[in-house]
Every structure is written in structure tokens, then in C-alpha cells.
Design a protein around this ligand. Structure first.
Ligand code: PLP
Ligand code: COI
Length: 337
């Protein structure tokens, strides 16, 4: 199979191997790699009926010396286990999670895009409730799988700004599941996302579900803004996903770029204080936001066509660390030879 590394989108590509392990009678089996990319599960599986499932997303990066970096994988493991606890699912021990990801990356090594292409290997760990059942209760068994595929930009422009639209739907309830990575949040975002795309926006921006006055996040990424006095600001809310990329940027903005960083309410009627804005996440990396269509105006940040200088610096620092070109803070990188 020949892959055009420079022109990948964010689409499923079958790679040869995936990891699969089952939890039954109180314990995980050893787990194994398989070439079968289908799952054969019970028709009564709680994942299918009641959304008892959670997932993660992380990437493997090809370095200049040919080795491969994993970025903050322990944080993905911790977040998946937080999701699992919330949904009464068996947790996956951190060592098992890391071993599964490493085995999958190594087994599919030829699909890790070359250094310099900008593409990466996207890794999707998934935990689902399986086994016989029909009542609304936790599943008797769980299946943990990890598969991967090479990807390019999630939002079409990559580092070129794209536009977003404020949604009048909510993706999560005030005391619901917004802060964990469960499929239900994404099911709720399908219709609003589709409506946004029909109007040629990249995606929607959700507001806080209680007052609908504050920016929460994008359906697949967190929001950040750079103020005119160079502060890095990102929403603080119990119903957004705690983005590993966002927390990395908070650290880098403060410790590498010397900026003041703040997690606080971001009111929709205060957008004019930002000179730049972006969406950040594993898939999104840093995607500059050109403009936001609110209920009554189209607000342009830096430019609809050019990335702003602070966003560019943050992008260089983050991706430099991920691809091994810039020294990483302690514990952020796991290098696979
Ligand atoms: N918010 C949502 C809803 C997401 O799906 C993602 C993607 O994982 C993010 C934010 C970004 O999180 P992270 O940086 O950990 O990938
Ligand atoms: C990620 O960035 O890893 C995500 O999970 C976002 C999206 C593909 C759901």
C-alpha cells in the first residue's frame, strides 16, 4: 500500500495490527495483537445500548533520527481510567495501557509517517462494556482495544485559520459527562457538527450549558485565546474535556514563552479582548480560529487567512517537543527506538 504522507486527512486507514484484551471474572486476560479489525460482541452489550464505553486519542511522532515519540501517554491512561470509573467500567492498569500502545505502534511501524511530512500515527484506545445483558446496569465483561492509523490535519486548513460557529445545542449537561471522554458526548455533537459544516464552518463552539453565555469548547478540541496584552486564556469549566494539549500549552506559554496564563470564564460578549484564538487537541494540534459566528455577529480574531504570531510560536514549541526537535519537560516524551 502506498501512502501519500503529505496529503493525509483524518480518515480510517486499516493498519495490519491492533491489540485486544478482555476483562472477565474480575481480571484482564494477557491481551494480544490481532489482524482482525472487526469485533464480535454480544447483541446485549451495554456499550451498544447504554453507551457504556470510553476512548482516548494520542499520537506517535517520527523523529529525525528515525525513532518514535509518544507524547504524555500516562495522561491518556489516567484520563481513560477516570472515564472508566465514572461509567462503572473495569480500569486498565497504566502499565497495560502503555504496553498495548507500544506493541501496536511497533507492530505497525511502517505506518508511522516520515519525519518532516507533518503527518503522525493516530492511536485510538477504546474500552467498551460487553457480554450478556439487557437491564440498565454495568456490563459483566469489558473489552479494551487499541488500533492506529496515519493521519494529517483534523481541520482542513491545518495551520491555516478556519471559522467556527456558536451552537445553540449543548454537548454536555452541567453535572453530566462533559469532562470524561465517552461516546455519548460525541453522539450529542453529531447533529450540531453537521449543521455547522453545512454552513461551511469547521465545527461548532459550545457554550456553557447553564447560562449559555460562556465559551466551553469545540466539539473535538479545547478553546484558547491570546489577549491583546499577551495573556494565554482558556475556559475553566467542569463540563469540558480536560485536554492534555491544553494543559501542555498552559505550561509552555508560561514557562517557555514567559506569558501569563489563566483558566477562567470566557464570556461570548468579551471576544474583542483576544487578538488570536485557536482550538487545541491531539487530533486538532493547534488549529487557529479565523472567526467565530456568534448569535449576532461574525467576530474575526487575528486574520481569516494567516496564523497569528503567538499561535505560531506555541505551535512550534509544542510540535517541536512532540517530534523530538525541542527539549521536552520531564516525563512528557516516551521514546521508542
Ligand atoms: N475536547 C474534546 C471534546 C475532545 O474530543 C478532545 C480530543 O481529545 C479535546 C478536547 C482535546 O484533548 P486532548 O488534548 O487531550 O487530545
Ligand atoms: C482527539 O483529539 O484525540 C479526539 O479524540 C478528537 C476527535 C477525533 C474525537
Amino acid at each position: 500500500m502506498s501512502i501519500d504522507w503529505d496529503n493525509l486527512g483524518f480518515d480510517y486507514i486499516k493498519t495490519p495490527y491492533r491489540y485486544i484484551s478482555v476483562w472477565k471474572d474480575g481480571q484482564w486476560d494477557e491481551g494480544k495483537l490481532t489482524e482482525d479489525n472487526t469485533l464480535n460482541i454480544h447483541e446485549g452489550s451495554a456499550a451498544l445500548h447504554y453507551g457504556q464505553q470510553c476512548f482516548e486519542g494520542l499520537k506517535a511522532y517520527r523523529c529525525e533520527d528515525g525513532s518514535i515519540n509518544l507524547f504524555r501517554i500516562d495522561e491518556n491512561s489516567k484520563r481513560m481510567n477516570r472515564s472508566a470509573r465514572h461509567l462503572l467500567m473495569a480500569e486498565v492498569p497504566e502499565e497495560k495501557f502503555i504496553q498495548a500502545v507500544e506493541e501496536v505502534v511497533k507492530a505497525n511501524e511502517e505506518f508511522v509517517p516520515p519525519y518532516g511530512s507533518g503527518a503522525t500515527l493516530y492511536i485510538r484506545p477504546l474500552l467498551i462494556g460487553i457480554g450478556e445483558g439487557i437491564g440498565v446496569h454495568s456490563a459483566p465483561e469489558f473489552l479494551f482495544t487499541v488500533f492506529c492509523m496515519p493521519v494529517g490535519a483534523y481541520f482542513k486548513g491545518g495551520l491555516t485559520p478556519t471559522n467556527f460557529v456558536v451552537s445553540d445545542y449543548d454537548r454536555a449537561a452541567p453535572h453530566g459527562t462533559g469532562s470524561i471522554k465517552v461516546g455519548g458526548n460525541y453522539a450529542a455533537s453529531l447533529l450540531p457538527g453537521e449543521k455547522a459544516k453545512e454552513k461551511h464552518f469547521s465545527d461548532c463552539i459550545y457554550l456553557d450549558p447553564t447560562t449559555h453565555t460562556k465559551i466551553e469548547e469545540v466539539g473535538s478540541a479545547n478553546f484558547f485565546g491570546i489577549t491583546k496584552d499577551d495573556r494565554f486564556i482558556t475556559p475553566l469549566s467542569p463540563s469540558i474535556l480536560p485536554s492534555i494539549t491544553k494543559y501542555s500549552l498552559l505550561y509552555l506559554a508560561e514557562h517557555r514563552l514567559g506569558m501569563e496564563v489563566v483558566e477562567e470564564d470566557v464570556y461570548l460578549d468579551s471576544l474583542s479582548k483576544f487578538k488570536e484564538a485557536g482550538a487545541c487537541g491531539t487530533a486538532a494540534v493547534i488549529s487557529p480560529i479565523g472567526g467565530i459566528q456568534t448569535f449576532d455577529e461574525f467576530h474575526v480574531f487575528y486574520s481569516e487567512t494567516e496564523v497569528g504570531p503567538v499561535t505560531q510560536k506555541l505551535y512550534n514549541e509544542l510540535t517541536g517537543i512532540q517530534f523530538g526537535d525541542v527539549p521536552a519537560p520531564d516525563g512528557w516524551i516516551r521514546n521508542i527506538k
